[in-house]
Design a protein around this ligand. Sequence first.
Ligand code: PHE
Length: 418
Amino acid sequence: NRPCHVTVLGEEYPTDHMTNISPTIVSKLPLKLHTQPSHPLSTLRALIESHFPSYAHLSSLSPLVTPYQNFDLLSFPADHPGRSVTDSYYVNKDLMLRTHTSAHEVEVFGRGETKWLLTADVYRRDEIDGSHYPVFHQTEGARIVSANSAGMKEIEEDNERLAAHLERSSIEIEDVPHLSPMNPCQPAHDPKHTELIAKNLKLSLNSLMLHLFGGRVGATAQNPLKVRWIEATFPWTTPSFEVEVFFRGKWLEILGCGVIYQPTLDNANVSDKLGWAFGLGLERIAMVLYSIPDIRLFWSQDPRFLSQFKQGEITTFKPYSKYPACFKDVSFWLPEGQTLHENDFCDLVRDIAGDVVEDVKLASLIDDFTHPKTNRKSLCYRINYRSMDSRSLSNDEANSLNTQVVSCLRDRFRVVIR
Ligand code: PHE
């Protein structure tokens, strides 16, 4: 009984067995927080862009992409879990919401861009808590050069410039080799070229980390900014790395990156070039830079949130009163043999209660059991309703939302409430 069409960004699309895009998600698509003046995500985008002044700065690509763009052009295997309807949002089997900004790499390289940044909203189905939200923002950055001596000379000169700059700065880098057995050179590449590109990638990003965090930790020779490189794997880069920064007593995961896998560049018709790409999540960085404690706040329309920020300035968020939490338990039996993915439960709750839900937890393992005689499975979720905006949520309102959750759960998943 699903509707046969769904309207997304003003266009109608046919639905099918893969359709799982929810009204809550559809409502986020036009917002583009990263371009809203004064919004923390917009200031962070601009701060990153200002560090790469000679790069093209893109920020208005549509979130609708094909699974082919999001996965296949980037060499994701056919059975990659990210493709499943429990992890990603589909308009229908041929159209989805990008799960990362890398989905645009082939398109942007194909247009002839060689040095670019792209900031955009990305979508992943997820649980509900203070640091997870099904929409977040990423900045992708990439640079490619000709795979010949001219291209390598350009990289070498840039490496010297960047190394000299970092030499004079208070930064301590825990590095890994550019290449290793786990993180090998690609068959299509000369290892000497790969080393130069990987070095340029590391120097460029170490310098970006200094730009974003250096001033704010008050890095000095005795107390330098600490950056750590870790080997990683991504289907469209080899070698691949992750970068972490030590900030306020914790290692923060900042970004993923690597030397672009040549088939990706072949797909963009730039086989004669090679280079690097990175992708970083804006919310996680903005949360620590601005001391924003809950990821839902980025979506707040409350003037007490929005009026605190000015474009181009990073200031410490002053929390306003938190309203009391209101916990409601939802316990139910699933029909025999049926399962319910936590992400399906969370999307249902978001559609009814929106950002009034602070978190959803599987209440206890004792309550996640299968009845020995009837073979039915029981689940219990604890929903924390708490308004982050203008006013307190009354117990009556929380009850009414919870009643709607329960009845929707019954209709949609045929569960029996305990
Ligand atoms: N797209 C990756 C992510 O979302 C990050 C990445 C970008 C990794 C570019 C390598 C190169 O985690």
